[in-house]
Design a protein around this ligand. Sequence first.
Ligand SMILES: Cc1cc2nc3c(=O)[nH]c(=O)nc-3n(C[C@H](O)[C@H](O)[C@H](O)COP(=O)(O)O)c2cc1C
Length: 446
Amino acid sequence: MAQRHHEGNLSLPAFFPYSHTLELHTPQDHNPPRRLLSLSMPSFRMLTWNSTQSRMLCSHSQNHTISTKDVTISRRYLPPLFSVAPMMDWTDNHYRTLARLISKHAWLYTEMVVAETIVYQKENLDRFLAFPPEQHPIVLQIGGSNLDHLAKAAELASAYRYDEINFNCGCPSERVAGDGCFGVRLMLDPKFVAEAMSAIAANSDVPVSVKCRIGLDDHDSYSELCNFIDIVASQSPTRHFIIHARKALLNGISPAENRKIPPLKYEFYFALLRDFPHLQFTINGGITCIDGVNAARRKGAHGVMVGRAAYNNPWSMLGHVDATVYGVPSSGITRRQILEQFQVYGDSILGKYGPNKPSVREVVKPLLNIFHSEPGNGLWKRKADTAFRHCTTIKAFLEETLDAIPDSVLDKTPDKISSIYEDVFADVHGLLPPPYKLREQEVQYL
Ligand SMILES: Cc1cc2nc3c(=O)[nH]c(=O)nc-3n(C[C@H](O)[C@H](O)[C@H](O)COP(=O)(O)O)c2cc1C
């Protein structure tokens, strides 16, 4: 079995040595006893992260009285400083493999896997849950509204050794929040979310987190958001919330429109940091470049999650993460090297789940954005269209198409960060809503 990759370890092994074939984490792997593993993690993580991060961890755990179980969790649990968001049909194994080649330290979230899929596909779980060990740190996102299924899904997923389980309370799609009655709709029922989180945590030995919006429809006040956080955190082991800083509209607009139309309210996120200092919050929504990530961190964000920009422009977004967010030397990898290594992965997974499953097109899909805005990108995509029709291996696909890209592009390391960035967080502290606890006290005096 390949070695587990511990985040924060500065002497990481090289990823995907050329001689490797695909190796997925499956429950059949030899695992150390899980309790032992989780006990040994805290000290490891604390010792190897840099001093700023250790200080941050200490200051979060010092000021509060929490239960023994919480101490265990919070001591080992430093939220991802940078993560790639869960995105259905996008953050699959193929994309995550590419992302991990570009950044060794970014946390990677899976697409949402519905609890029922896990429960009813027990015979077929590898297809939904297995991943190459290099993808650590990796978080499984699950969705659902049936407590038994959520508990069983967490139990079945434990064997795959994800680093965290995240619960989806933000999806606005009709299938999920409408017919399915889960996703963002669960924000209206924080007690249920607390029960679900308790059930998930009881069946897993890794930290659990919630990803939510700042509200939905008319339930969009800061106090309603605080009420949700308060109930979930006080009635379950959840200590980490990922906040997509816009509300959802369940009035028939599409999920894509729900990522554009409701305005971003970063001030709600920063107010949560102030009002729940014992919890960890990751900010998400509308952050499109590494300068934005750094600006959010400078304002105090515990972690920053990026979705579309990490998919649509992975090289530029992820290529700076290790050096500028984690403060470790970047690997200096070029896109030529990434493609060579990705090819080994890709060719070893083609057809693994049946004829043409996955296909060349599916495996190559995340690569198509790697030359975003570079010379030769348009030609490369046109050649790719043709190559998809007949290439049966990733090697053949790359040989046929890559001459569209100049050597200078293939061989360069990530560019220096441009300095033209308008800091969207500049005035955020002036916009914060009144403190949550203060407001409660005021209500009592009336
Ligand atoms: C194609 C696509 C699929 C998504 N699927 C999920 C999902 O499965 N679970 C989830 O919590 N959010 C999902 N999201 C929302 C993202 O995780 C993220 O919250 C959103 O895109 C805002 O972040 P961004 O502005 O950085 O993209 C999806 C977004 C996109 C673009």
